[in-house]
Every structure is written in C-alpha cells, then in structure tokens.
Design a protein around this ligand. Structure first.
Ligand SMILES: [Zn+2]
Length: 166
C-alpha cells in the first residue's frame, strides 16, 4: 500500500500534501483483524537509483541463504516445525522470555494495544530473529526488531518513545 493518499509521505524529496486526518483515515481502511494476519509490516522508503547502484552488501545472498537454512534446521530440531506453526503450549515452551524481556513485551502490548494474535506473531517473529542470529534465547533486541515489524499497529506512539519510557 502507499503510505498516504498522495503516496509521498516520508519521501526524501517530494512533499506529502495530505493532512494528518487524511493519512490516519487512509490507514484505518485496513481493518485491525486483517493487519493482525500479517507477520511483518515493513516500510519501504523511496530509494534513489544511484543509491541502489552503489549499494554495498555487507552479506552476500549465499551467506544469507545459509544463515536462513541453519535457522530453519534449528527450528525443526527444537520443536519439530518451523516457528510460524508454533501455537498454544509449544509456542509458550519454545518462546520463553527472561524477566526483562517479558516486561518489555508487556509494556509494548499495553502501549501498542496489540491483540492476542499480534502478540503471538511478535513472539514467533522474535524467535525467528533469535534463530537467525544463532541465539538460544529471545533477547530484548530480538523483541524490538520484531516489534518494529508491526509498523502499522504503531499509530499512536513511536517505538523509540515507548522504549525510553519506564
Ligand atoms: Zn501524502
């Protein structure tokens, strides 16, 4: 979807002509229950073509593929299925959080008003991010990255403000 009715919200060079009300009305056209069904909301900023051409890759596609493969193998070995299929008891069991992480997620739940379904997606995605970085436990950074993929749930408060709050 476009970020706003005119399509230029967040564009580095072209000014958006929409009012705040128009933008929020536009985004609210997607229902919450539908949004809940997406694992990842990703903002894709406009990129100038010369930036694309000189894009320096820190990790090659082959390296990424092998990391993804290893993460997938780790998931199968741990729970017998990919993280996306974890539900109920197995989800609780394989996505256990430390005290600090639990509090962080609880705060996020309250602030963002996440539904139970979105909450479980955040957990599963965080588990996957942890697997991709080879971490046995879900750490705060993994949760934060996972929460950053709920961009469209974050209508009320920017993520960084939430994290600075106690
Ligand atoms: Zn606009």
């Amino acid at each position: 979807m476009k970020p706003c009715p005119c399509g230029y919200s967040g564009h580095p060079e072209v000014a958006c002509k929409c009012t705040e009300i128009q933008v929020s009305r536009y985004r609210q056209k997607i229902s919450g229950p539908l949004l809940d069904r997406f694992d990842l909301h990703v903002e894709v900023p406009a990129v100038a073509i010369n930036e694309l051409q000189r894009a320096a890759r820190s990790e090659s596609s082959a390296q990424i593929a092998s990391r993804v493969n290893a993460a997938r193998q780790a998931q199968l070995a741990r729970s017998g299925c990919a993280n996306q299929y974890l539900q109920g008891e197995p989800l609780e069991q394989h996505c256990q959080l430390g005290e600090k992480e639990r509090q962080l997620l609880e705060r996020a739940l309250q602030r963002l008003g996440l539904s139970a379904r979105a909450y479980h997606r955040v957990l599963r995605v965080a588990r996957t991010i942890a697997d991709l970085s080879g971490s046995p436990h879900i750490q705060a950074a993994h949760l934060l990255e996972s929460l950053s993929f709920r961009a469209l749930d974050r209508r009320r408060e920017p993520l960084n403000e939430m994290l600075q709050a106690k």
